[in-house]
Ligand binder design. Structure first.
Ligand SMILES: NC(=O)c1ccc[n+]([C@@H]2O[C@H](COP(=O)([O-])OP(=O)(O)OC[C@H]3O[C@@H](n4cnc5c(N)ncnc54)[C@H](OP(=O)(O)O)[C@@H]3O)[C@@H](O)[C@H]2O)c1
Length: 262
């Protein structure tokens, strides 16, 4: 449907492939005939996904169970990967919600390691082969909240701004070398994200599905450096262009304020 294999190559490595958006990338790329290396901590779930995709598609799948917070995770994954990687999907990530000083500091700093440091390490490891082959793709999961200051999600929104600027900057460096880089900005999307972030607030717009996000990403890969999934989310990410930052902070503080606080 997207000619991913022809344009970018035959093997994709997806982090966070055991659920939500990462699992949807695995499904969509498998349907394109792309061989997969799927990474997350829950090996049993990765094995079930691999088994299911192998029976439905004629592809090879390698499972790597790895905690990406570990400092040497990128080296371990690079060493264990059975083939070169043409498409790297930096998807694994989590968020947190609440007053910053109430949040667990280990979880906050682990989040920076997972959402940012590991993205840099994995990209640095797998990019040289893509450059040598003069083709490849790197996808980094940002978020609508990576486009603007978001009180009560301070660390998470900063990590997602990092993902966006990292991908956009790299896309400029690599455009002439055949490697496409894309920042993907989903809004509220149906997955385990809300429960792992303890985020129970109802947002004024309807949730998108992981499949919606992946469709937005893969249908535009190789084009614009940034893709926002869904029309309302697209409008939301444009707000910083029109609304002064101090107003945006004040408005978002009201929108995102946890229930029962004032
Ligand atoms: N859902 C949303 O509303 C939304 C919106 C904007 C952006 N995003 C971004 O989309 C990406 C995917 O999120 P999702 O919605 O699909 O959430 P999800 O369903 O919670 O999936 C998160 C994935 O990351 C993996 N992961 C978490 N911690 C890990 C660790 N320490 N080491 C290795 N893997 C780890 C999880 O696997 P294991 O638990 O098996 O390790 C899981 O596969 C994230 O980067 C998130 O920031 C999500």
């Amino acid at each position: 449907m997207y000619n991913i294999k022809e344009k970018f190559g035959s093997t994709a490595l997806i982090t966070g492939a055991s659920s939500g958006i990462g699992k949807a990338y695995a499904e969509a790329l498998a349907a394109e005939g792309v061989n997969l290396i799927i990474v997350a901590r829950r090996e049993n779930i990765l094995n079930e996904i691999a088994e299911d995709l192998r029976t439905r598609y004629d592809i090879q799948i390698q499972v790597i169970a790895q905690d990406l917070v570990a400092h040497d995770a990128a080296d371990i994954i690079f060493d264990r990967a059975n083939s070169k990687v043409d498409i790297l999907v930096n998807n694994a990530g989590y968020g947190s919600y609440g007053r910053f000083d109430d949040l667990d500091i280990t979880s906050e700093t682990d989040m920076v390691d997972l959402n940012c440091r590991q993205v840099v390490s994995l990209t640095h490891r797998f990019l040289p082969a893509m450059k040598n082959n003069k083709r490849g793709a790197i996808i980094c999961l940002s978020s609508v909240v990576g486009s603007m200051p978001t009180p009560y999600m301070a660390t998470y929104s900063a990590t997602k701004a990092f993902n966006r600027y990292f991908a956009e900057s790299l896309s400029g460096e690599l455009r002439s070398q055949g490697v496409s880089v894309q920042a993907v900005c989903p809004g509220d999307t149906l997955s385990d994200f809300r429960s792992s972030a303890s985020f129970d607030k109802k947002m004024p717009i309807s949730q998108r599905t992981p499949q919606d996000v992946v469709r937005s990403s893969l249908s535009t890969l190789g084009g614009r450096a940034t893709v926002t999934d869904g029309i309302i989310n697209k409008i939301a990410t444009k707000q910083p262009r029109f609304i002064p930052t101090r107003w945006l902070i004040a408005i978002n503080e009201i929108i995102w304020r946890p229930k029962g606080t004032g």
